[in-house]
Each structure stands twice: as C-alpha cells, then as structure tokens.
Design a protein around this ligand. Structure first.
Ligand SMILES: NC(=O)c1ccc[n+]([C@@H]2O[C@H](COP(=O)([O-])OP(=O)(O)OC[C@H]3O[C@@H](n4cnc5c(N)ncnc54)[C@H](O)[C@@H]3O)[C@@H](O)[C@H]2O)c1
Length: 266
C-alpha cells in the first residue's frame, strides 16, 4: 500500500521543515525525490541524508517566485528523469505583519510564492503529465485562511484560501487527463521556522489547546501527502485534507480545557 516505487516526485521548499518531512516520507516509499529549494547547503544536506538512509534524492537549486524560476525547475527535472509523476508545491512564505504595515513587496512575494506558483507549476508540468497518462499535483495549504484566521497574516490567509479555490477549479480541468489535484492543510506544525517565531513556553501552551495534546510534526503532513500521491488515492481530486490534531474543531477552547481538566482530576 502507498508505494511510490519508480515515481519521480518533486517537492518545493524541501530543504527544511514540512517539505523535508514530505521528501523523507516519499523517499522511504520508494520515490526518486527532487529537493527543489533555494538554499544549496541545506538542500544538499537533505538529499545526502536521504541517500545515506538508502533512498534516492537529488537537490535542484530553484526559486519558484517567478515564471522563469518555475520553468527552469521543471525543465531541469524533465531533462534528468524524463518524467514527473508527483509534484508537491510546499514552499511558502509567511511574513507576520498587519494589513496597515504590509508593503507591496511583502504582498507580492506572499501571493507569488504561495499562490501564483501553483498556477505556474501546474502550467509547466501538465503537458508532461498529460503525455504520460496522468500524475499527482499536491499543495501544502493551511488551515489559516480556509478554516481559521489570526492577526498579522491576512495576506497569508488570503493566499492559502485562494489556493483551495485553485485546487477545486483546476481539478475539474485536468481530471480527464488523469491528473489529480489535492492539498493538505496543516495546523500548527513544529518546524525550525515555527521554533524561531514562537517561544518554547508559547509552544507548550499551544500544544495544550490542541485536542491531540501536541504540535504536529513534519512527517504528519508527509504521510497525508503520501496517501494523496499514491495509486490508492486515484479517485480523490479537488480536495484538501486537514491535518491539525483537531485544533480547528472546538467551538470553545475554554470549554474544551474545562472538559480535559475535569477528566484529569477524576
Ligand atoms: N509550520 C506550520 O505550522 C505550517 C502550518 C500551515 C501551513 N504551513 C505551510 O507549510 C509549508 C512549509 O512551511 P514550513 O513551516 O516548513 O516553513 P519553512 O520556512 O521551514 O519552509 C518553507 C520553505 O519554502 C522555501 N521557499 C520560500 N520561498 C521560496 C521561493 N521563492 N523559492 C523556493 N523556495 C522557497 C523556504 O526556503 C523554505 O525552505 C508552507 O507552505 C507553509 O505555509 C506551515
């Protein structure tokens, strides 16, 4: 079940965090993984760790914030492997700033990396997927935007909500080509980026408010992606799966905490 043997899988933003987790899980399932990222030192390290663990991976330096960067990435991978079976657009930016203070550059970068790249990657890879009878397009969305929101991230929330709109509409256009298009929406996942943004004490408090009692791990997202990338998910398209340990479910955090407290005091 869920084998990616002989599949070529490209993961953007895979030099750290959630992308690294997806790349590792895919390599363990047998995929030839392309680590597409800007930072060569970190990207090479992720690829060599995968190879040391018995997997297959290659680093391709790429910046997906422009059409040229996207086209160069897809051309490089097709030249090397002759096909792309799975493409995961995971790279994302999330500058924390109010709407009042948001600059045009921050707005443009957020939309370009998080949302426009979805269009550009899809347009660039679709001809080869169509030619080989199909493929899997996957996106790392977020619960922020489609389900919940927080201050300082209006631009990010808008980009991720937009991504879900793209997925639903594009899935209809590509269905008859055998290309499925889906996303995973993570809740709070403990990555290096999150570790730098949120203090350890805050992380502990956040974990207590999550029904599963912990922040997510990069691999939690990787396993959901693995399912969506697999043959077994061939009839799933236009969907986004929430992987958040239940964090978006409670109507009231206060009421939930009182419930858990009552259980532990019994
Ligand atoms: N960590 C969380 O709690 C969380 C929650 C919901 C969604 N997400 C989403 O998960 C994805 C990964 O986030 P993460 O937490 O691992 O953060 P991260 O900062 O560790 O990873 C993001 C990656 O994207 C890369 N990237 C950014 N701009 C790029 C560009 N122009 N070209 C190529 N690569 C670029 C970065 O270099 C980095 O490697 C993002 O899309 C993010 O929005 C994260």
């Amino acid at each position: 079940m869920f084998s990616l043997q002989n599949r070529v899988a490209v993961v953007t933003g895979a030099s750290q965090g959630i992308g690294q987790g997806i790349a590792e899980v895919f390599a363990e399932a047998g995929a030839r993984v392309v680590i597409a990222a800007r930072n060569a030192e970190r990207g090479e390290r992720v690829a060599s760790n995968i190879i040391s663990a018995g997997g297959e991976a290659v680093f391709v330096k790429s910046d997906i914030s422009s059409v040229e960067g996207v086209d160069a990435l897809i051309a490089t991978v097709l030249e090397r492997y002759g096909k792309i079976d799975v493409l995961v657009h995971n790279a994302g930016v999330f500058p924390m700033v109010t709407v009042d203070d948001l600059t045009e550059d921050q707005l443009e970068e957020t939309f370009s990396v998080n949302l426009k790249a979805a269009f550009r990657l899809t347009k660039a890879v679709a001809p080869s997927m169509r030619g080989s009878g199909g493929g899997r397009l996957l996106f790392t969305g977020s619960v922020t935007g489609p389900r919940v929101a927080m201050p300082l991230l209006a631009h990010y929330a808008a980009s991720k909500a937009g991504l879900n709109g793209f997925i639903r509409a594009a899935s209809l256009e590509y269905a008859r080509d055998g290309i499925t298009i889906n996303a995973v929406e993570p809740g709070f996942v403990l990555t290096q980026a999150m570790d730098e943004l949120v203090s350890r004490e805050e992380q502990k408090q956040m974990a207590m408010q999550i029904p599963m009692g912990r922040l997510g791990a990069a691999r939690d997202i990787g396993y959901a992606m693995l399912y969506l990338a697999s043959d077994e998910a061939g009839y799933v398209t236009g969907q986004s799966i929430v992987v958040d340990g239940g964090s978006c479910t409670p109507e009231s955090g206060v009421q939930l905490q009182a419930f858990y407290d009552s259980r532990t005091s019994q």
